[in-house]
Design a protein around this ligand. Structure first.
Ligand SMILES: C[S@@+](CC[C@H](N)C(=O)[O-])C[C@H]1O[C@@H](n2cnc3c(N)ncnc32)[C@H](O)[C@@H]1O
Length: 232
């Protein structure tokens, strides 16, 4: 198991002399990878995020890029999953996307959009479900082929997973697991789907990628992968 710096290692391996697009790098800002791509020789850089143009995260991102002396990049406010979104506008040799897939009601659509905008390699990180979680609230089990649909969790299942994410992993942002939330197909805030590692690998392959390298990250709760496009 590796930690999240693996994303930077994968970008560094492939980005020199290539164009680079990041999808969904604004939240938290410090996790953006456009500056990593720049440091490692990307020839053009784009940040795409669903946040509106006037959202303060864009200014924070631009300030951060300035602090690294990076001036030449494009900012695009767009929902890559919206039906009218034209992937060719953001297509690059190398695409990075982390923390987005499980926030969308249709993760296979998101993977197909990422495939459309990737010229060579996608560096993807997404949260996975453990196959078995056991704690004082009980046991939660999913087969290796399983994908947890978070809105369907029963109270007793949510109780087990809430203890896992809050106490074992130590995060409070697993919306829909930590707390019951109203689900709305137009909202990407809550967590929607959590595939097991095995299921996520299969989803990636079905979407048209070969897994060139991958490892568990985030203490075993995410899969980070370097994905090469499979020829049609
Ligand atoms: C949980 S944050 C992940 C931030 C960072 N990449 C990381 O790994 O820490 C999800 C980011 O993706 C953006 N996002 C969510 N859905 C999106 C979509 N459909 N199209 C573009 N950006 C999206 C959000 O605005 C947010 O900045």
């Amino acid at each position: 198991m590796r930690e999240l710096s693996l994303r930077d290692e994968y970008i560094a391996q492939v980005v020199s002399g290539r164009s680079f697009t990041e999808v969904g790098g604004l939240w938290g800002v410090v996790n953006e990878k456009c500056s990593v791509a720049s440091r490692n020789g990307a020839v053009s850089i784009k940040m795409v995020d669903i946040l509106a143009e006037d959202d303060p995260h864009w200014v924070k991102f631009q300030n951060r890029m300035s602090s690294f002396g990076v001036q030449d990049y494009k900012c695009i406010s767009a929902d890559i999953g919206s039906p009218g979104f034209d992937c060719s506008v953001v297509k690059s040799d190398i695409v990075h996307c982390s923390g987005v897939l499980y926030h969308h009601p249709d993760p296979m659509l998101m993977l197909s959009k990422l495939r459309e905008m990737t010229g060579e390699y996608l560096v993807l990180t997404s949260v996975i479900s453990q196959e078995r979680v056991e704690n004082r609230k009980g046991t939660f089990q999913v087969p290796p082929s399983g994908v947890v649909f978070v809105p369907s969790l029963r109270d007793e299942e949510r109780d087990v997973l809430k203890v896992y994410w809050q106490e074992d992993v130590g995060i409070d942002v697993a919306r829909g697991i930590i707390d019951k939330v109203p689900y709305d197909l137009s909202k990407s805030g809550p967590w929607w789907w959590l595939p097991t590692e095995n299921a996520l690998r299969s989803m990636i392959e079905v979407a048209g990628f070969e897994i060139e390298s991958s490892d568990l990250t985030w203490s075993g709760n995410a899969l980070t992968s370097l994905l090469k496009i499979r020829d049609a």
